[in-house]
Design a protein around this ligand. Structure first.
Ligand code: MN
Length: 422
C-alpha cells in the first residue's frame, strides 16, 4: 500500500526544475510547450502568491508509473482495477481545507493567442445525482470574472446530471479539485459507465481508498489531498459564450453557449501548488487517450483475441487507434466496428498482427505498406459521429471513418515470412 505522501501531487512530482518570474499571460504556457519532457515549477509569478506546476506527466511511462504499472502491463492492470473499485473514505481534517482564497488569487494561465480567456485546465469536476451517485470528470473552465467560470460540457455524464437538475429547476452543485496525484486525474478521465464512481476507480489505481473530505458550501465529497477545491454551482437556465479554446489537436475549438458556474468558496492546502495542463501537450493528449485504451481493449476482446491497443501519438492520442490481434481467424470488420462504437472520436483505425509494435510509427507504416490492399482491406464509414475537435470534420462532429485491415490474411503466412539471416 502506498503511503500518504505518495498519493498526492507534491509527492508525485518530487523536486522539479524551477523557473522564476514568468507571467501567466503566455509565458508559462510557452515554457511548458518548450520542455514537454520535463516537469516544471514556476515561482515568483508576477501578481500571484501561488506557484504553478506543469508537465506533471512527461510521457506514457510517467502515466504507467503513476498507476503502479508499466507499458506492457498497463491495460490489464487498469482493467483489473476497474473491476475491483475501492470506495473512498471520509476524513474529518483535510489538507485541502486548510486555507481560503479567491478565484482571482489563482494563477490561471492564458495559453494561446486566440483563446477566449484564461483557462483552468487541470480541474476535476465532482457532482452528485440522486440516482447515479458521484461523478468526476475533467472540463475546461474559462475564468469569466472573480466569481464565475464558464464550463464546456460535452454530452456525457456531467451533462446528464446538469440536464436532470435543470429539468427540476435546480442548480447543480459542483466541486472542482485541482492538483492531485495523477492516478486520481487519470480516473476522472476514464470513461466508466454512468453510475460508476470515478473516485472508486481512483482508489483502486492508488492501491488504497481515496481519502475524501466533505465540502462546506455544497453537499459533496472531494479528494482530501487536492491542492485547491472550488465549491460552486452550475446555474440552471444560464448560458454564456465559451471559447475559442485551443484543444487537443492544437487547433481552436469554436465559441458555443455553455453553462456557467458560480463560485461559492475556494479552499486550499498550505503552500498550495496550482496545477496547469497545457492544451495539446503530451500530457493533455495522454490524459485524453490513455484512459480510453483499456475500454477499447475490452470492447474488441468480445470479437477477437487482442494483444494490445493504443491511441497513437501522431493522431493526438485521440483520433487514431491501433489494435494488435493474436493469430486467428477473426472478422476484422467486427473488430473495427467495436472499436469505433466504443471510442466515437476515433476516425482511423489500423488493425495489425501482434508482431507489430503498435507504439512504433515506422512498424505501423510497414504493416500498412506490406499487408494492406485498399480495395479489399479498407472499411469506410461515411457520415459517422466523430470528434468536433477534428478541424477536417463537420462542426457537429460528422466525419468519414476508415478502418484499415493490415493483418496477414490467414492461410497466406508463407508469402509474408520475414527473411532471416542464418
Ligand atoms: Mn462518469
Amino acid at each position: 500500500m502506498r503511503g500518504g505522501a505518495e498519493v498526492d501531487l507534491r509527492g508525485f512530482i518530487g523536486r522539479p526544475r524551477e523557473l522564476q518570474g514568468l507571467s501567466v499571460e503566455f509565458e508559462v504556457a510557452r515554457a511548458l510547450s518548450q520542455s514537454p519532457g520535463e516537469t516544471l515549477l514556476f515561482t515568483d509569478i508576477p501578481g500571484y502568491a501561488f506557484p504553478v506546476v506543469g508537465n506533471v506527466i512527461t510521457g506514457r511511462e510517467a502515466v504507467c508509473r503513476a498507476l503502479g504499472t508499466d507499458r506492457d502491463g498497463y491495460i490489464r492492470h487498469v482493467l483489473r482495477c476497474y473491476e475491483n473499485p475501492l470506495e473512498p473514505v471520509v476524513v474529518e481534517r483535510a489538507p485541502c481545507q486548510e486555507e481560503r482564497c479567491r478565484l482571482s488569487d489563482l494563477p490561471v494561465l492564458r495559453h494561446f493567442e486566440r483563446d477566449g480567456g484564461r483557462y483552468i485546465t487541470a480541474g476535476v469536476v465532482i457532482a452528485r445525482d440522486e440516482e447515479h451517485g458521484f461523478n468526476a470528470s475533467i472540463h475546461r473552465l474559462m475564468v469569466r470574472d472573480d466569481g464565475r467560470l464558464g464550463i464546456r460540457v460535452v454530452p456525457r455524464h456531467l451533462h446528464e446530471y446538469f440536464r436532470r437538475a435543470e429539468e427540476d429547476g435546480r442548480d447543480l452543485e459542483v466541486a472542482i479539485a485541482i492538483g492531485m496525484h495523477p492516478a486520481v486525474f487519470y480516473a476522472a478521465a476514464y470513461s466508466a459507465p454512468l453510475g460508476y464512481s470515478e473516485l472508486s476507480l481512483a482508489g483502486a489505481l492508488l492501491g488504497r481508498p481515496l481519502e475524501v473530505a466533505r465540502c462546506g458550501k455544497v453537499d459533496l465529497l472531494v479528494p482530501a489531498r487536492a491542492e485547491f477545491v472550488i465549491e460552486g454551482r452550475m446555474l440552471a437556465n444560464e448560458r454564456a459564450p465559451e471559447g475559442p479554446f485551443a484543444d487537443v489537436t492544437g487547433t481552436y475549438d469554436h465559441v458555443r453557449d455553455e453553462p456557467v458556474i458560480e463560485v461559492l468558496r475556494i479552499t486550499h492546502r498550505k503552500r498550495a501548488l496550482y496545477q496547469a495542463l497545457l492544451p495539446g501537450s503530451v500530457e493533455h493528449r495522454l490524459f485524453m487517450g490513455m484512459p480510453r485504451e483499456p475500454g477499447i481493449y475490452r470492447a474488441v476482446s468480445e470479437v477477437a483475441e487482442v494483444s494490445n491497443v493504443c491511441l497513437s501519438d501522431g493522431g493526438c492520442n485521440w483520433l487514431h487507434g491501433v489494435v494488435a490481434l493474436r493469430k486467428g481467424r477473426w472478422r476484422i470488420e467486427q473488430v473495427i466496428e467495436r472499436a469505433f462504437a466504443y471510442h466515437r472520436s476515433m476516425k482511423h483505425l489500423v488493425v495489425v498482427d501482434e508482431d507489430i509494435d503498435i507504439h512504433d510509427p515506422l512498424a505501423l507504416e510497414y504493416a500498412i505498406a506490406t499487408r494492406f490492399q485498399a480495395d479489399r482491406d479498407a472499411y469506410v464509414y461515411r457520415d459517422a459521429v466523430g470528434s468536433t475537435l477534428d478541424p477536417s470534420g463537420g462542426e457537429d462532429g460528422r466525419t468519414t471513418k476508415v478502418g484499415i485491415d493490415a493483418t496477414i490474411p490467414p492461410g497466406r503466412e508463407s508469402r509474408y515470412e520475414p527473411a532471416r539471416i542464418p
